[in-house]
Design a protein around this ligand. Structure first.
Ligand code: ATP
Ligand code: MG
Length: 245
């Protein structure tokens, strides 16, 4: 009997070069439904490149992506959104010259006939930020003028506005202070309790052990190992990142 595919998403043998730089080198890994998966690895190990391939903003040189039952050689950005992949990018990808609610609805603006439904977007954004306990004093301020943590909050709210099949967070607390980091982790713990499927990239192994069920370790574009968090320790992962398997 053929077993049905229990993975939410698989990448097989992905390769990506930038001129002579090998960013991904036959990378294979699998994400499971209803799990929080972490990907860790040193700077330049290929983490963000993988995320950009999953969001359709980069095309791999070879390899494949399996989502549900379907095989893709690459995804287009619209594909990825339609398939329910929501990403908070490491660089946040916000429009600095637009305000908070315009960024939360960026590319998916609400309309009333031919016009933008600005009031509705502002009200919905305000409610979403309140639900997530993300504090932005003035929603009409350009996001370019907000703090790093506030900008990260806007990027997170944008990704969470619609239910995601897979939420991907690339260094979600990199620019945040202690209390902002704590509030992002409160949101992530709630999402985990709701059994949402999440992929998180973080250099902070204590955060990874706090939230993830499973960890993949990348080194020079390859996956050199995976562990269940409950069977491992930050020390073991640190050793793997530094010295390899
Ligand atoms: N657009 C690009 N052009 C050229 N080289 C790139 C590009 N994007 C990534 N690279 C290179 O590919 C490799 C992998 O980069 P990537 O951003 O995926 O690493 P990372 O694991 O996310 O690192 P970090 O932890 O610093 O965010 C690096 O050597 C990087 O310099
Ligand atoms: Mg990165």
């Amino acid at each position: 009997m053929i077993q049905s595919n229990t993975f939410l998403l698989e990448v097989n043998d992905l390769c990506k070069k930038f001129n002579h730089i090998v960013a991904l080198d036959h990378l294979s890994l699998q994400l499971r439904q209803e799990e929080v998966t972490a990907i860790v690895g040193d700077n330049g190990s290929g983490k963000s490149t993988l995320i950009k391939i999953l969001s359709g903003s980069l095309i791999p040189d070879s390899g494949s992506i399996i989502l549900g039952e379907k095989h893709y050689q690459h995804l287009k950005p619209r594909n990825s959104v339609d398939l329910g992949i929501r990403v908070v990018y490491q660089d946040l990808s916000l429009d600095n010259y637009k305000n908070s609610y315009e960024n939360i609805f960026l590319g998916e603006e609400l309309k009333c006939g031919p016009f933008l439904a600005k009031r509705r977007m502002a009200l919905e954004a305000k409610q979403l930020l309140a639900d997530l306990q993300i504090q932005i004093p003035d929603l009409s301020e350009d996001v370019g003028n907000l703090s790093g943590g506030q900008r990260q909050g806007i990027a997170l709210a944008r990704a969470l506005r619609q239910e995601a099949r897979l939420l991907i967070l690339d260094e979600p607390t990199a620019a945040m202070g202690i209390s902002e980091t704590e509030s992002v982790f409160r949101i992530l713990r709630d999402l985990k309790a709701e059994k949402r499927s999440i992929l998180i990239i973080s250099h902070n192994l204590f955060q990874v052990f706090d939230i993830a069920d499973r960890i993949f370790i990348l080194k020079a574009g390859k996956c050199i190992g995976s562990v269940l968090t409950k069977d491992s320790s930050p020390d073991e992962i640190h050793h793997l990142i530094k010295w390899g398997a």
